[in-house]
Design a binder for this molecule. Structure first.
Ligand SMILES: [Zn+2]
Ligand SMILES: [Zn+2]
Length: 369
């Protein structure tokens, strides 16, 4: 094993440097992950452009790798050993709170970087914090006793396993939060990796109508949406989406709206409220706009709309995502479109954000390339 670990470190807004870190000591209750694939998502695009702190950070929070070294206590407690291919959740839990006992590590204070300055979360925690390897854009990642691991099923490639995060979000947001199921009519706004994952999950869950919206530059992604199970796609720059949704649903509207747009401001929320059925629809949103002038609260309450917040995924959702990918029922190689090496992290993130390499849906970062 080499003495140095190479990592791509975010050192400022839209700035990356390749740095090296010492190979960490692995105590009995910890392990070392040799990286295979780090997925890149819309959150990376956001955090790269506008970092939440000035700290140097090894980004990469969708982490697939092989356990290269595991302490005896780690093996005994966690049931994983050297050579196992695993998906690591980016939430590093406390193991004591209610959320942890529920498998909802996403809500644990130990990983809440917004409110807890000592929080540990892969892809977010400062690389100054020992032993430094807290992100997937590196050759190795440190796994303390409280890392949350999932076994990657036999035969699944690391690149496909790299879709666990968007697929787990798909399960969490559409099925658990949105309540999508048999005969649901669903509007999915945004055909990126997240919207496409929702499409696959909603189809598998028995939705009878799936409409996916996008813009003109999303033409290739909208085609993939169709191939993955969307019944209709709408280019919102060419057609009036609300009129089209009403036409498709014979005026009824949809049961569930899932907002998977990036940087589209208030428009998807306003469209969602109008596109929902007359009473009792559900909308799952992930926007983090500081302000929403003229929010149509009256329209929302009188339509009896339930508004929910998309916040990552639970343990269960990750397991179901792995099962979905493993089933081979959807041709997910249509989603894993691009690969980048460690030196191209900057280009990779920008490409996922729609600048750089065109038509990227899901980018896999291969830290050894
Ligand atoms: Zn992500
Ligand atoms: Zn906890």
């Amino acid at each position: 094993m080499s003495e140095k670990v190479l990592a791509a470190v975010r050192t400022g807004p839209s700035r990356t440097e390749i740095r090296d870190y010492p190979m960490p000591e692995i105590p009995a209750d910890a392990a070392l992950l040799k990286m295979e694939v780090a997925g890149i998502c819309g959150t990376d695009v956001k955090l790269y452009k506008a970092p939440p702190s000035a700290e140097p950070v090894i980004m990469g929070h969708e982490t697939i790798g092989v356990i290269a070294k595991a302490g005896t206590e780690f093996v005994r407690r966690k049931g994983f050993k050297e050579g196992d291919l695993v998906f690591v959740e980016h939430y590093v839990m406390c193991g004591r709170c209610e959320w942890c006992h529920l498998g909802q590590y996403r809500h644990c204070e130990n990983t809440d970087w917004r409110n807890n300055p000592d929080a540990i979360r892969y892809g977010y925690t400062s690389a100054r914090k020992s032993p430094h390897l807290w992100g997937g854009f590196a050759q190795y990642v440190y796994l303390p006793w409280n890392a949350v691991l999932h076994r990657v099923p036999q035969g699944m490639t690391p690149e496909l396993a790299g879709l666990v995060t968007p697929m787990a979000n798909g399960v969490e947001w559409s099925l658990f939060d949105g309540g999508v199921g048999y005969d649901s009519a669903v509007l999915i706004q945004g055909p990126g990796q997240q919207g496409l994952s929702q499409t696959v999950v909603c189809r598998q869950a028995g939705a009878s109508l799936i409409i996916v919206t996008g813009t003109t530059k999303d033409a290739a992604r909208l085609r993939v949406a169709k191939e993955l199970g969307a019944d209709f796609t709408i280019d919102v720059q060419k057609e009036d989406p609300l009129a089209r949704i009403r036409e498709i649903t014979a005026g009824r509207g949809v049961d569930v709206v899932l907002d998977c747009t990036a940087g589209a401001g208030t428009i998807p929320i306003l469209l969602g409220i109008e596109a929902l059925k007359r009473k009792g629809g559900t909308m799952v949103v992930q926007g983090e706009l500081k302000e929403f002038p003229n929010f149509p609260l009256e329209r929302m309450t009188t339509k009896f709309v339930t508004l929910k917040s998309a916040r990552g995924h639970s343990y269960k959702a990750c397991e179901l995502a792995l099962a979905q990918i493993s089933s081979g029922k959807a041709v997910l190689t249509k989603v894993t479109t691009h690969r980048f090496g460690l030196k191209d992290v900057d280009l990779a993130i920008k490409s996922v954000g729609g600048q750089g390499v065109p038509d990227v849906i899901h980018a896999s970062l291969l830290p050894w390339k």
